[in-house]
Design a protein around this ligand. Structure first.
Ligand code: SF4
Length: 389
């Protein structure tokens, strides 16, 4: 799909997109494009019914001004403890126009969630915006809010690969500090099967270019994406791609398949064989084992991940991360089942929680109520995971 710029658009007030990375929860969200220009990845349900467009830069700049105006308003409401109380908001609510509530609430969130230091540009591929326009947006953001220390965004590898290095550098110099790329897999086979619209070579070109211009790079990987057939090649090739790129961050986000994703039908028809949690743990073990010669930080901050403990800085924390996976893989099936259910209920956060009697009792009770066994545990945890996708 070719990116299309919407013309003659009327400004209708602040726009916010549907998603952001988990670690951008405290960031101000600024929408520069709408939806995804590719929209074909079979595992991704997010923008499937939506059409892509680039927002006019002047509209984004008006959003920024609107937020600035509301941030000033909110700052006057902050009490001595640094909070904005409900009664303070109610006091000014009569002065807020109906079409300004979104900007006011974005300003409240940004002011009370921290120190107005981080911004995330939405939606799926901000670098589609012309570099000169993106530079204008970034410059305006930094001028309006001198408190900003970090601006990040999602971008597709193919878009980055197409951008001239000097344009990317200009965007970085104007303020874009970090790019999040959905690598998902380094295996060309897996990338083709899920219609990622990218190849390992494109990912390498894009990742290395981002690094060369001095931007931070965060690469998302998706354990389980190759299914049972491609699990091994997925782990090995993904690690190899990352070893060549050396990103600042490797972020793990395990595959979950909601009914809205095209892959769901293939899964239900038996055409795609989804890995069990134990298989994903084995795949993850192989993946971590193959990471070599890089100093990336591995993050596991997504709610869909079974192992939040598989986090740390390479190479120092590699053995510790591997030990978490080896410990799980060495457990008997009943213990593995308890951990899977406990984690997906949000009761367990680490393997050591299995030894917490109070938590373990809650999990066992739920297993009895739901009739969870070692045989049906993946089926049940798949349903539990649907709450998060
Ligand atoms: S590029 Fe990203 S947002 Fe677009 S379809 Fe693929 S995973 Fe979804």
């Amino acid at each position: 799909m070719n990116p299309k710029k919407t013309t003659n658009e009327v400004y209708l007030g602040l726009e916010q997109g549907p998603i952001r990375p988990p670690n951008e929860a405290r960031s101000l969200l600024v929408r520069v494009t709408r939806n995804c220009p590719w929209n074909r990845c079979t595992f991704c349900p997010v923008y499937k019914q939506e059409k892509f467009s680039v927002r006019p830069a002047e509209h984004v700049i008006r959003d920024i001004d609107l937020i600035h105006q509301n941030v000033e308003r909110v700052r006057e409401l902050v009490d001595e403890s640094g909070r904005v109380t409900r009664s303070a908001i109610e006091r000014v609510s009569g002065t807020i126009e109906p079409n300004e509530w979104e900007a006011f609430s974005a300003a409240v969130d940004w002011v009370i969630s921290g120190d107005m230091r981080s911004v995330f540009l939405q939606d799926a591929d901000s670098l589609v915006m012309k570099p000169a326009e993106l530079v204008d947006v970034l410059t305006h953001l930094k001028t309006r809010f001198p408190t900003i220390r970090r601006i990040t965004s999602y971008a597709r590898a193919k878009t980055i690969a197409r951008r001239k290095e000097r344009d990317l550098r200009a965007v970085h110099e104007a303020g874009l500090d970090r790019i999040h790329v959905g690598l998902e897999s380094g295996s060309d086979q897996v990338l083709a099967v899920v219609d990622k619209g990218s190849t390992k070579a494109i990912h390498l070109e894009a990742g290395l270019k981002v690094k060369r211009v001095g931007m931070e790079l965060s690469e998302y990987v998706m354990p389980g994406l190759g299914g049972r057939d491609l699990s091994t090649v997925h782990a090995v090739e993904t690690a190899d791609a990352l070893n060549q790129i050396g990103p600042d961050f490797i972020r793990i986000r395990t595959l979950a398949i909601p009914p809205r994703a095209p892959l769901y039908e293939r899964w239900q028809s038996g055409d795609f064989e989804k890995c069990s949690d134990v298989m994903v743990a084995e795949e993850l073990r192989l993946f971590i084992e193959k990471l070599d010669g890089i100093t990336s930080v591995v993050k596991s901050d997504h709610i869909l991940n079974l192992f939040m403990e598989v986090e740390g800085k390479l190479p120092d924390d590699k053995e510790r991360m591997l030990n978490v996976l080896k410990t799980f893989l060495a457990m008997d099936p009943t213990e593995q089942r308890s951990y899977q259910v406990g984690r997906r209920l949000g009761v367990f956060h680490r393997l050591g929680d299995l030894k917490n009697d109070r938590k373990a009792e809650i999990v066992e009770r739920t297993c009895r109520e739901l009739g969870v066994t070692s045989e049906n545990v993946d089926q049940i945890t798949d349903q539990l995971m649907m709450r998060f996708v």
